[in-house]
Structure formats: structure tokens, C-alpha cells
Design a protein around this ligand. Sequence first.
Ligand SMILES: Cc1cc2nc3c(=O)[nH]c(=O)nc-3n(C[C@H](O)[C@H](O)[C@H](O)COP(=O)(O)O)c2cc1C
Length: 260
Amino acid sequence: MNPVLKTIYERKSIRAYVKRDIPENIKDEIIKAAMKAPTAGNMMLYSIIEVVDQSKKDTLAKTCDNQPFIAKAPLVLLFLADYQRWYDYFIHSEVPELCKRMKMEMRSPQEGDLFLACSDVVIAAQNAVIAAESLGVGSCYIGDIMENYEAHRELFSLPQYVFPIVLLCFGYPTRKQRERDQTCRFDKQLIVFKDKYKRLDKEEFNNMQKDLEEKVAKVNHFLPGAQNIGQHIFLRKFNANFSKEMNRSVREILQNWLRK
Ligand SMILES: Cc1cc2nc3c(=O)[nH]c(=O)nc-3n(C[C@H](O)[C@H](O)[C@H](O)COP(=O)(O)O)c2cc1C
């Protein structure tokens, strides 16, 4: 198998790290790989903050749905959607004057700009993940960084058009983590369609359920009250408190982004 595919296929999320710093040259490669990712209009609508301050890592371990391993990760990178840099640059470049001259509206970043920036962020982040993996460094995404927007805005001095999309923890895997089984994925026919979208039917849901059953049975039992996998996942993920907080927080982010 070619080494790129091998890296992609063998990667798994790593949540426990040996006590070993990641050398600066390896960090540089990981960040360089992120910055080489495709980016909409070649605008790089993202920023990356390396979280070095241990007290900030400790805070994130709490504000990101209490995940203590964040505080122990030797390298923590915060990936931010960022239109502030370009908006400031437009002002710096006297775009408002241009607009006046050309009788155009000087608009501020809107919903589409935000989605494009989010795409840029995750593509860059995933390049970092794969580069790290190829260098023997494990990683784990933290989606909970979208929670507690107000706290994170203050913690990292974020202006109006910058906000967190993903946090990435990196470190050399413990032996136990390396030996862990990989997580399974749905069958291709449930995910990949030809020419048009297909809503799943009863039989397909039954097959999907079988996959999920295997997965859930391996790691834990149903939550109290749940009688099947759908109910379990609903309670554990979709309707969990972290999910409610994430939706509240993102609503706040959106209001802030669209504020004139
Ligand atoms: C957007 C995103 C957010 C995630 N957030 C978390 C998280 O907060 N905590 C965590 O332990 N894993 C998190 N993960 C990792 C997933 O749980 C993991 O990718 C999934 O279970 C599949 O396992 P694998 O990466 O080992 O293949 C996240 C992954 C993604 C892509």
C-alpha cells in the first residue's frame, strides 16, 4: 500500500500521550502541512493559535466538556475561522473609499463567508492531523471548543470575525492507545450515492443498526431509559448537555458575526 493511504487508513484518534515533548521541527512540519492545505480563493480564512500556557490548557480541559486529556497534550492547536484579517486589510486598503467612489456597499462578512472560512479551517486541520500521523504523532479533535464561546473569546482575545471551530490535541501515543482497535465506519452504500441523494429505508436502517450495535456493545451499555441504539445515541450525543451548550454558543457566535 502506498504510504499516504497507509497513514490515512491506520490513523485513529489518540487521547493519551507519553510524557515527551514534540520537537520544534516536528511542530513546524505539522503547521506547515496545515498551511499547505487547499484554501478558498487562496485567502487562508483561518488562524491557528498554539496553546502553550498550561493554565489555558487547564481551562480548555474544563470548558470543552471536561476532557482532562486536553491539559496533558504536549501540543494543542486552536483552529479559528478568521475573516478579521481580510476585513481589517480591506479597511487598511481603503476599500470603504473605493466603495464610495464606485457607489457600492461596503458589506461586512456574512453567512456564506463564514461557511467558507469553516471549510478552510477543517481542511487545514485535517492536513495537520495526517502530517502528524505520518511523523508518529497522534492527535484528537475537540469539537467541544465551539461551546462556551464567551469564555474562549476572552481566553484568546478573539475579535468579532474570529471564532473557534476545532481544537486539536497532539502527542506521542501511549502503548495502550496504539494497541486500541480502530473504530468502525458505516458501510459505503449508506454514505455514498450516485447522482442523487437517497434517504435510507427500513432495511438500510436495520443494517446500520447492526453496525452500531457492534460499536456500542464494544465500548459501553445503553444509557438508562434507552431501548435501542438510536435512543442511546440521541441521549448520549444529540440531546446531551454538551450539545445543547454547543447550539447555544454557536447561536451567540452567529449573532456576533452578523452584528453590524
Ligand atoms: C469535528 C470532530 C469533533 C470531535 N470532538 C471530539 C471530542 O471533543 N473529544 C474526543 O475525545 N474526540 C472527539 N472527536 C474524535 C471522534 O470521536 C473520533 O474521530 C471518532 O470517534 C472516530 O474515531 P477515530 O478518529 O479513532 O477513527 C472529534 C472528531 C471530529 C471530527
